[in-house]
Design a protein around this ligand. Sequence first.
Ligand SMILES: [Ca+2]
Length: 229
Amino acid sequence: MKILVFSLLVLSASANNTAFYESFGNSYDGLPEGWSRYEFSDEKPTSYSVAKQNDGGWVLEARSNSSSSIVYKEIKVDLKKYPLLSWRWKIEKALERGNERNKDTEDSPARIYVGITKNKIGLGKVLELLDGKLRFFLERAIAYVWSSRLPKDTVISSPHTDKIKVIVLENSEEKVGEWVYEERNVYEDYKSVFGDKPRSVIGIAIMTDTDNTKDSTTAYYDDIRFFGK
Ligand SMILES: [Ca+2]
């Protein structure tokens, strides 16, 4: 009984502390509830599905071959209360020519976008016309990337728009094939890259992108969590 009470206390403490959690655990077909696919009309889509791992856990699997598309979920997270974001990800290989600095090589084995607003808009407004075709476009976003060529801690504007800031978290060859845990203070990252204070998160998006380099890879994503200190 003592153990049970203790477990419940731990659970409720972590629930109070957590604004959003996705473990991709209950989806045997397609995507978990609330997640949507966004595909570009003129590009082959990356194949996203929930897949079982050898250890029995379920994760999001992204298979990309000269392809580019997004899965996203609208969420509302007050960044002042819940500034921390963590997740784990894994890639099967880096992309030989992938470099997020340039439009013609702007591919990443793995990317997580956090859509952030200072105003009250919904993620319905985030897919807008850019460069003559539909691109993923948020009012403002941070893209945390597993890059192929850019050094860790590189911060750049997306070559498509300066409303998306790219932060390189990984590019290491030796981590390929291994699960890597990430934790970021999104509130602090936003202040650092945009120079003002964020209000709230409006959505989260995942993109494994190989269309420009005509390369291929598979990436896995899991345990995405927004939480407070
Ligand atoms: Ca691309």
